[in-house]
Design a protein around this ligand. Structure first.
Ligand code: 13P
Ligand code: SF4
Length: 365
């Protein structure tokens, strides 16, 4: 007899306290058969149920090492795809709300990147001259594109090492979808700004001249994170004018100008570690997503550390926020009944090529 899935409508009106109890009970019943991975940007009511937390690199490794039958990814779509690609065939990756995407990842599509590659071929030989590097915040078909064309995946915590390795293979890099991570990392490696050009997929030849492409070392896709673009250099200046002792730390998805004004730049895991390991009573201005900053502020308060959010306006990652306790309770109770809802499955051919690009990354860092 086929067991019917419990409908999500049954959960929509549950309050968070009910969900909390039901999540705990379902997790207990499932035991080691399930692992919940939680990205740092998840809201507290979800984050507290994660068995493992981390930045994208750490969570990719956890997904590849996990023994559990079900990997429930409290994060966004591309993260659950990575879990599916790196896990064993019998493991099942689940995304509690299928609408939890990443607006930055959506800024580069496979047809647009293929068009770019073809257009670059008018000027140079891309398969000999250009390593395609995709930020992990991208769809699986773009990771597969990189796998096919000798390219690689990077995350915010290993971008420098991945770029070093990519330049050792070929003289140029096409970096997508986040221009800021590309520019901030390239600049730290000593690449001049004029040798990093911006490819606008809406324009012929990316809006560049043939000479600009020939002279470029990095071709940066015109993508960005809507959360991190909210942070402005003026926010830092205004804060430091009032609190000159504050230390500034930012995620590399922030603009070049914001990162230049920050003493520390790194992934979510790096930000947490840096502030946690800092001397007592230090004062921090942090440029990344609000849920994580609030949690960090509460955690280090007892050590006399002050942690402030960089922007005067509230900005959360609205897609990360879609994963709520209601959806988590829904997927877990269905698993208890033996029903898988919201499975993320990357088509086999695409997964094989994407895995190549991911494994190239995991071999380096
Ligand atoms: P991290 O890998 O630093 O966690 O970043 C992921 C992300 O999406 C940040 O916007
Ligand atoms: Fe995507 Fe930005 Fe959200 Fe990260 S914070 S998941 S890059 S939209």
């Amino acid at each position: 007899m086929t067991v019917q899935a419990l409908p999500i409508e049954n959960y929509a009106l549950l309050d968070d306290a009910d969900c909390e109890a039901r999540i705990v009970a379902a997790k207990q019943k499932l035991g080691k058969r399930v692992v919940i991975l939680g990205h740092h940007y998840q809201r507290d009511e979800v984050f507290r149920h994660a068995d493992l937390t981390g930045d994208s690199l750490k969570l990719s490794r956890e997904a590849s090492h996990s023994e559990a039958e079900y990997i429930v990814f409290c994060g966004v779509h591309f993260m659950a795809e990575v879990a599916d690609i790196l896990s064993r065939p019998e493991q099942i990756a689940i995304l509690p709300d299928l609408a939890a995407g990443c607006s930055m990842a959506d800024m580069a599509s496979l047809p647009a990147v293929q068009r770019c590659w073809q257009e670059l071929a008018q000027v140079l030989d891309p398969d000999a001259d250009v390593t395609p590097v995709t930020y992990i915040n991208s769809a699986a078909d773009l990771k597969a594109f990189c796998g096919k064309h000798g390219g690689i995946v990077c995350t915010s915590s290993n971008a420098g090492k991945i770029l070093d390795n990519s330049f050792a293979q070929r003289p140029k890099v096409l970096f997508f979808p986040d221009q800021h991570l590309g520019r901030n990392t390239g600049y730290r490696m000593g690449i001049a700004l004029e040798h990093m050009v911006l490819w606008d997929p809406a324009l012929p030849l990316g809006g560049l001249s043939e000479q600009q492409i020939r002279d470029a070392r990095m071709i940066l896709w015109k993508g960005y994170c809507s959360v991190h673009q909210v942070f402005m250099p003026a926010h830092i200046d205004a804060y430091l004018a009032r609190h000159p002792d504050a230390l500034v730390i930012s995620h590399p998805e922030c603009s070049f100008e914001v990162c230049q004004k920050s003493q520390y730049v790194g992934s979510t895991e790096y930000i947490l570690k840096t502030v946690r390991d800092a001397p007592a009573a230090t004062h921090w201005l942090v440029g990344t997503e609000l849920n994580m900053v609030n949690r960090l502020a509460a955690e280090v308060k007892a050590q006399g550390k002050q942690v402030h959010f960089m922007s005067p306006i509230i900005c959360m990652c609205s897609t990360m926020f879609r994963t709520d306790p209601q959806h988590l309770a829904w997927v877990l109770e269905n698993l208890v009944n033996g029903v898988v809802v919201n499975r993320i499955r990357v088509p086999a051919d695409e997964a094989r090529l994407a895995k190549l690009a991911l494994e190239r990354m995991l071999r380096i860092v």
